[in-house]
Design a protein around this ligand. Structure first.
Ligand SMILES: O=c1[nH]c(=O)c2nc[nH]c2[nH]1
Length: 421
């Protein structure tokens, strides 16, 4: 039997669409060359000789996709969260990110970050590093060695930030291009163009980054309309643009290549339509939005308009890397929003789970589901505690999402490979 084929056996749960879960009790999932081939109740004769990883009564669910977080803010989790965005950046975040000029500091922080996201069950991550070329490349290397699927962004900033984080524009673009050339063909860890946000970018920088995105056909990540003071500031800095998103769009950084924008709280109907038309993905980061008192993303309106939405932990404005906690926060925040605006129905568990798996996973391609052709990114959840006994698979999943933690995750697979914690 081909060594590239194996099967996992257990209780398989996933969301092919946001409207509900697909459940396969005590079934086999066949993996070939890292990709899901099929799910079946008994092992077909052609696979009789293949290795079976038998997980008994445990749950097998897709690995989580964290669509927005900052590896460089891992060490500052929980700090300064009585502040709002712009003060928090100045008082805490920029000071922390300046420390990544030192290679040893960056290596230790990024090792800790990578170990923690694996432990917490995240199998794919879209992540900000800092402006520093060397330490950003450390992050690429550390994630690649662990076998994690990632888009890593060397951050670009050339104004409105402390001197020790302000790049010379041409150098910033050269450093970015160097990293692109070295990493664009890596199978799992790839570069993403990362202007921090409009206020810390000159037009020249944005123009150069948009040109790189298009020339190398690379995805883009940034922040959009997170905080009201930020939105007003962007209007002052870019008076020629009628709206925040148009700043990015006018420099080919808004859907010309696959794009994720974090937060998206204060958008006009026109901006939402633009996102739908360009299929720009919105990343909902509920913990971050609560902590920095930023506001609530109108998720239901975005979904109804046809905007693709994923979820992000947004460390260090968010406090936890555990994606089920982000799923719960997104649902809870949608319920608060519903109380204020009853026409916006709360998110269901399957909708939020979908956002944290297949919904966000589309940024990586066929990721986040167990349909044939999808990358086998999976978690084995060992929830066989007293409270789970006699419950349905769906109830067990509900309890894991609402009350579980990293200790309940027995194994992790990424692209068919078992990843060690
Ligand atoms: O939550 C956030 N974290 C950041 O680091 C950041 N930078 C710009 N805007 C931001 N928002």
């Amino acid at each position: 039997m081909n060594k590239d084929v194996f099967a996992v056996k257990g209780n398989i749960v996933f969301t092919p669409g946001p409207e509900g879960f697909t459940l396969h009790q005590e079934s086999y999932l066949i993996v070939e060359r890292g990709v899901v081939r099929e799910i079946c109740r008994s092992l077909p004769a052609e696979y009789a000789a293949c290795r079976v990883e038998d997980y008994g009564d445990r749950l097998i669910i897709p690995g989580f996709v964290d669509l927005h977080t900052h590896a460089s803010q891992f060490n500052q989790r929980g700090l300064g969260l009585d502040l709002q965005l712009l003060e928090w950046l100045n008082e805490y975040t920029f000071k922390e990110e300046a420390r990544f000029a030192a290679r040893d500091y960056a290596a230790a922080a990024y090792q800790a970050f990578a170990a923690e996201i694996v432990r917490q069950g995240t199998t794919r991550v879209v992540v900000f590093a800092t402006i520093h070329k060397e330490s950003s490349e450390l992050l690429f290397n550390i994630l690649a060695r662990k076998g994690i699927g990632a888009y890593v962004g060397k951050v670009n900033m050339d104004r409105n930030c402390p001197d020790d984080l302000r790049e010379e524009t041409e150098q910033s673009l050269r450093d970015t291009e160097e990293i692109i050339r070295r990493w664009q063909d890596h199978p799992l860890v790839k570069p993403v163009i990362t202007p921090r946000f409009a206020p810390t970018s000159t037009e020249k920088l944005l123009r150069g980054l948009g040109a790189l995105a298009v020339r190398y056909n690379l995805p883009v990540q940034s922040h959009l309309s997170e905080n009201q003071a930020e939105v007003r500031w962007v209007a002052e800095l870019f008076p020629a643009q009628a709206e925040y998103h148009k700043v990015y769009d006018s420099f080919q950084l808004f859907g010309q290549t696959p794009t994720v924008m974090a937060h998206c709280i204060y958008l006009t109907a026109e901006a939402v339509q633009h996102m739908k038309m360009a299929q720009v993905m919105a990343v909902h980061c509920p913990d971050s939005n609560l902590n920095l008192a930023s506001g609530i993303m109108p998720v239901r309106k975005m979904l109804a308009a046809g905007v693709p939405v994923g979820l992000g932990t947004d460390i260090g404005a968010g406090q936890s890397l555990f994606m089920p906690a982000t799923i719960v926060s997104a649902i809870q925040l949608s319920k608060l929003y519903y109380v204020m605006q009853p026409e916006c129905k709360p998110l269901t568990l399957s909708e939020a789970f979908y956002m944290a798996t297949k919904g966000g996973g589309r940024f990586f391609g066929a990721v986040g589901s167990f349909e044939p052709g999808y990358s086998f990114d999976a978690l084995i959840v060992d929830d066989r505690a007293e409270h789970a006994r006699g419950r349905s698979l769906l109830e067990r999943l509900q309890q894991f999402i609402y009350t579980g933690n990293a200790a309940d995750i027995a194994e992790r697979y990424i692209a068919g490979r078992k990843i060690t914690v």
